[in-house]
Design a protein around this ligand. Sequence first.
Ligand SMILES: Nc1nc2c(c(=O)[nH]1)N[C@H]1C(S)=C(S)[C@@H](COP(=O)(O)OP(=O)(O)OC[C@H]3O[C@@H](n4cnc5c(=O)[nH]c(N)nc54)[C@H](O)[C@@H]3O)O[C@H]1N2
Ligand SMILES: Nc1nc2c(c(=O)[nH]1)N[C@H]1C(S)=C(S)[C@@H](COP(=O)(O)OP(=O)(O)OC[C@H]3O[C@@H](n4cnc5c(=O)[nH]c(N)nc54)[C@H](O)[C@@H]3O)O[C@H]1N2
Ligand code: SF4
Ligand SMILES: [Mo]
Length: 898
Amino acid sequence: MRQTTASTCCYCGVGCGVLIEHDGERILDVTGDPNHPANFGKLCSKGATLHLTGDLDARAHYPELRLGKGLARARTDWDSALDHAANVFAETIAEHGPDSVAFYISGQLLTEDYYAFNKLARALVGTNNIDSNSRLCMSSAVVGYKRSLGADAPPCSYEDIEQSDCLLIVGSNMAYAHPVLFRRLEAAKAKRPEMKVIVVDPRRTDTCDLADLHLAILPGTDVALFHGILHILLWEGWIDRDFIDAHTNGFDELKSMVRDYNPAMVADLCGIGVDELQTTAGLIGTSKRFLSLWCMGVNQSTAGSAKNSALINLHLATGQIGKPGAGPFSLTGQPNAMGGRETGSLSNLLPGHREAGNASHRAEVAEYWGVPALPEAPGLSAIELFDAVRSGKVKALWIACTNPAQSMPDQQKVHEALVACPFVVVQEAFFTTETCRYADLLLPAASWGEKEGTVTNSERRVSHVRAAIDAPGEARADWAITCDFARRLETLMRPSQASLFAFDAPSAIFEEYKLLTAGRDLDLSGLSHELIDRLGPQQWPFPTGSTHGTTRLYGDGVFPTDNGRARFLAEQYQAPKEKREARFPLTLNTGRLRDHWHGMSRTGTAARLFGHVEEALLSMSGDDMRRRRLLDGQLVKVRSRRGELLIPVHKDDSLRPGQAFMPMHWGDRFLKGMGVNVLTLPDFDPASKQPELKHAGVEVEKVELPWQFFALVEGGVQKRFEKLRPLFEGFAYASFSLTGRDRSALVIRAACNEAPDATQLAQIEQLLGLDEGPVVAYHDPRRAVGKRVRIEDGRIVALSLSGETAARDWLKQLWHDGTANQALRRWLLAPLSTPPGGGVRAAKTLCNCMNVGEDAICAGIDRGLDLNGLKRELGCGTSCGSCVPEIKRLLVKQPAVA
Ligand SMILES: Nc1nc2c(c(=O)[nH]1)N[C@H]1C(S)=C(S)[C@@H](COP(=O)(O)OP(=O)(O)OC[C@H]3O[C@@H](n4cnc5c(=O)[nH]c(N)nc54)[C@H](O)[C@@H]3O)O[C@H]1N2
Ligand SMILES: Nc1nc2c(c(=O)[nH]1)N[C@H]1C(S)=C(S)[C@@H](COP(=O)(O)OP(=O)(O)OC[C@H]3O[C@@H](n4cnc5c(=O)[nH]c(N)nc54)[C@H](O)[C@@H]3O)O[C@H]1N2
Ligand code: SF4
Ligand SMILES: [Mo]
């Protein structure tokens, strides 16, 4: 029977409500929840395709244990798995002390999961070595808010986006990364075109399509820009002296510092025009309501905290905070990064926005938990933590819901750490991740649609996440795994005492946790799972007895600092760590694509989500490519001070010369090598300890790999991929993706210097189903060139090209078209491989929701359709709207004939 369960999307921090349609066993469809205040029924291309992701063949189904390094992991049961883990942890703690173990967790856990981990680490184990991937994501924003305003609390609401007159979007590509909010902004601007939007980003992203002004600043120069803006605001008298006097401290020091940031100097440093700087300051200074939105272009920097505070300075100086349509609004990345901050899941925090380094905070929490004391020694933050694992200081590491062997900078070192660590536990929903390879104990976790708890989105809104179906196999909810392990560890570490983890449901955890927030800035004590079910998702603070949440903070000008005043921070601009120099003349920027999520464990199971960008590419400006004599699509070697990677290059004029860009999604699974983060640097901001993931110095050079391979195979793609992937270790370059709209196929591209040995190739052909059966094959041993196609019921189901691959795109298109035509048969029997007519490029899917390819859209434009016509006839752009900016660009490039 078809049922509907209301829950939230498990991807980004917008926190959209979804309605999961299911039959109790399988999830059949997902639509936006019209009653959820974060999205009012809208979803983006990722949310709308959730039911197509999470192939069960990629899921971890039962616990697996490795009994010695070098041995394979074998299936085990939960009791043995958790007893073993408890024994190893207890022995390690007994022998080497509590700081010899550590927990590395995630902004994608639910609040209840987080709380259980925190209590486990601090109350039971007695270590502050618990950090999360939010260290790579939000920790500079946390520092910024705390230093400038007194508490880690974004003061705004999504509705402020509609009410603002001037929006400054800094280092956020919200068209890709927070699409439903971006749609909201688009709609607001369409209604009130006089609303001004300024985007500050070194790249011209899709987000810039909406901007009245795009400031393509040089990477990392944001602090100079903000100080330069303040300089002009002061000069022009566009500041709010009354607000400054009544509600802030520290303005004079800042004022004398920004005197040096004159427009000419700032424009030069930032690489923009003085007029652009003047216009920006004018818009900010004269608009009635000024709102700023920012994300990783600000936070992921060795000056991330300074960038955050310098931006907040602009709001304090103009009094643009605490009123509708105004304020500094940091967009959170992960769905529950906020919950992590609230429950204290960074090594330096404690539950309820407390500090691990504050003795009275420790005493409060220890008393509440009924333990004598909490650990004093500072805990390790992500980068320091993996260093300590590598050097042997940390001997047992528990990783949950994050994939550090893909997402941390300086991957070579992270992999070394994971190899060196005596005991690695990985609590994961998908067994396919790079980190799972290193797990001595793999614990299968329930995932989206299968687990229950709460999450807080970017606007402080707490939603109830509900389970629709059971988790596959023996997978269990994270809170349950953590508490079960904790109870076993208790029997070894504090026998015959009452359990600290006697929770029977997530709601019981929430009830305990919420009282730790009572009286704090984030007070959630009036909330419960049941109340959210009754009243809908609520914004904190929501103290006991409240009937509704809090839309906006600081309306009274009182800030949660010691004296109630906000603070101006005066910090000088500091350049990024790796400056451009002769050996590494390009700055590598990294970031998100529209349809992939991080390491792709989930989105990488859906062919449709690969349709937008199928393979990892390095983007460079036309100028930089010409200078290096590189052609579009050519393989290059990208080198940084830490590692190198082979990848095709792509001409992208949204980049200024001197800069390159690579998506952050590829690790070692879909691309051979260690992925983008083999290149990035581990240097971090001194206050937030957030690493500089967006500015690595690199150089790019051409590589010639004459022997090329291409294959495509449909059916059982996950299982095939698992078997095929290891066979490509010997290739210099290998890239994997999925393709298809209704059917899906695995696509492989690989290259090396000379032909691999025949038995290896034969093994690959066999796994592709190209060794026997209805296979047409042509082989030229002299040139080491071969082609094979398997045809069933008149359709191509598998194919390979070895030696050279000129027919690659043509064949892929034939597979998409579903025909094995005469031209194919003739081509198969001919010695040459060039396809008839020189070949075509396979069209990419532009609109994922409605499944419309770029080819169909271009054909529509040729027929004279405009945007509305395309929407009407093809349906593209009518659901989530993420593809509209790209369709608009096609319309400009290829104007419709009148
Ligand atoms: N599709 C998709 N959406 C996602 C995610 C995903 O994986 N896929 N992940 C989620 C998560 S966890 C996060 S944290 C957010 C991230 O969301 P965003 O931060 O919006 O995404 P990024 O692409 O990482 O980076 C944003 C922009 O910062 C720019 N930038 C680089 N250096 C600088 C600089 O020095 N100054 C300025 N001003 N800008 C700079 C980059 O060019 C890039 O366009 O996205 C969330 N949403
Ligand atoms: N170069 C570069 N690197 C970056 C960034 C960048 O911009 N550039 N961005 C950084 C940022 S902002 C972030 S947030 C990180 C993200 O980096 P990661 O945290 O490594 O990202 P994910 O791939 O989302 O990892 C989440 C893992 O949890 C698993 N999972 C999903 N659901 C569940 C569940 O319910 N329970 C459990 N136990 N597991 C589950 C998924 O399969 C996945 O493997 O990457 C960082 N790394
Ligand atoms: S904007 Fe998209 S990815 Fe983010 S929560 Fe909403 S549907 Fe999910
Ligand atoms: Mo993030």
